[in-house]
Design a protein around this ligand. Sequence first.
Ligand SMILES: Cc1cc2nc3c(=O)[nH]c(=O)nc-3n(C[C@H](O)[C@H](O)[C@H](O)COP(=O)(O)OP(=O)(O)OC[C@H]3O[C@@H](n4cnc5c(N)ncnc54)[C@H](O)[C@@H]3O)c2cc1C
Length: 588
Amino acid sequence: MSTTAIQPHEKEIRDAEELLFTGPQRQGFAKGLFFGRFVADWVTPYPRLPAEQREKLDAVMPELRRFLDEELDPAAIDRNADIPRSVIDGLAKIGVLGMTAPEEFGGRGFSQMANCRVLEEIGARCASTSVFVNAHHSIGIRALLLFGTPEQKRRWLPPLVRGEKLAAFALTEPEAGSDAANVQTRADISEDGTHYILNGEKRFITNAAIAQVLTVMARTKIPGSDETAVTAFLVTPDMPGFSVTEPRMEKLGIRGPATGRLAFRDMRVPRENILGPLGKGLKVALSVLDFGRTTFGACCTGAAKTCLRLATHHARTRRQFGHALGDFELIKKKIARMAASTYAMEAMTTVTASLIDRGLEDYMLETAMLKVFTTEALWQIVNDAFQIHGGIAYFTDLPLERMLRDARINHIGEGANEVLTSFIALVGMRGPGMQLKEIWDALHHPIGHLKRAWRAGWDRVGAALHAPSVLVKSDALHPHAHRLSRLIWRFNLAVDRELIRHREAILDREYVQERIANAAMELFASSCVLSRWDADMQAGLMHHDRAAGLFLRESSRRARQFLAGLRDNDDEVINAAAEAVLRHDGAP
Ligand SMILES: Cc1cc2nc3c(=O)[nH]c(=O)nc-3n(C[C@H](O)[C@H](O)[C@H](O)COP(=O)(O)OP(=O)(O)OC[C@H]3O[C@@H](n4cnc5c(N)ncnc54)[C@H](O)[C@@H]3O)c2cc1C
């Protein structure tokens, strides 16, 4: 092993430091899993809304449901590729466009958990509308809420929170998609130092043409150095040099919100419009997307519930071969798995939102896991609901063809699932990787390293010898808790083994990363489900028992398979086959 073992390349470390919060933090749940720990406090007891938030939510939900029932026509929004102003105004009146903003700025002061219930309700009916709300509220005004100075908040937030102005978040460019750090839009300081002059293009921006306030990411020079870094700016469309080059790009699904292209030509942005620290735009962007990924989970959960309801009704009422479809095992399997996944999606969303509400500083892993897990689960659920309906699902009388089209963006938007999968594995493995490096350094240079290495070694050995305790209140759940504990232990051993086996090359081993990330996501999902099921049992709620039990059994089997795949796989054969096809430009 070389001394650089397990240490990511220097640039990647710098990028990671930029993206991750580096100050002292309490260990989160997902990071704990990679150390072989079950950090129980973050998932148990299953989070419930505090009374004051419950009251606020109870006051809003009937009004919201009534409005959505009477005024929201998802089919028309899809057909006309437009969300009517009356819908936007109605949502604003109910407070949806400023749900989590503090009351002093005119917002509702909702926690993220309560906000997720609102988004679940909207996501259950119309993905276009939930994407619009997310673009405005979850990512559009989030940077201001998190990083705005008191003066910026006072000036910009009130009209946005009231919905008089709309917001957008503009990061993506032709050369900066998944590689968000590759922003090419430049922001050069003016000679008198009062302005930044922006030049560049943005594409695929939700609300681009209808927003009055945009958070725009641009590359600035770091003072006193030749290097550049990304900075966030508050931009308004009345700034000379701002242009909408395409207001509404024609698209497959979520056709309601206007997704557009922007160009900036010598656009002067006042210096005081910098949002967050100069050069820390990626941190701003990633923090904002973190928040958006939580509401993604809520919207997917809502859509999954709709699919389950439609599929169940159809399976009970449609008869073929003298039986209801629900009598056939291949339909039962789909229905059971839809219910199991939906239960898990809701549990993961609730736990992840509660992490934000309870002040965990770094919840990037959990939000990334939630986004990947719920979007993949929803895709399967929509597809199963579609299949159960047969030919009738193909026609526009039912919402399923629209839901299928709408669900496709989820794998791509706010971080493509492949990129997030790698991110989960690499960020998760960083902690144990650093410990293994301490031990390695101490073996070769004992002076100065021994104390830290001793601690790291003790931690690694401890995790290898003992499965973590996973405690539940309900006796009936002990076997599930025991199985989860053993799996976390096996997962931790697998993480250490892969780090030692691949060393720094782990950065390029996406198959390994995928298996580690998938196993970690199953462990997180199972932990949330176990916690929720335990709370349900304690409260005497038994109607989800079967779905929860099925989820835990299947999730544990999937996790074991992912770990087994680290040893038994066709990775090299797949690489060789892909490279051959790539060499011949698509010819098999
Ligand atoms: C309808 C819609 C609305 C959007 N709204 C906004 C918005 O409001 N604001 C905004 O800033 N952006 C927005 N986006 C942009 C969105 O975030 C990007 O599309 C997304 O980040 C992916 O970037 P890309 O499309 O350039 O894909 P690319 O980066 O070109 O990637 C293409 C594919 O390659 C794969 N891939 C990429 N990198 C890797 C890797 N390292 N390993 C393995 N596979 C990889 C992934 O499967 C990915 O889907 C929107 C996009 C759409 C379609």
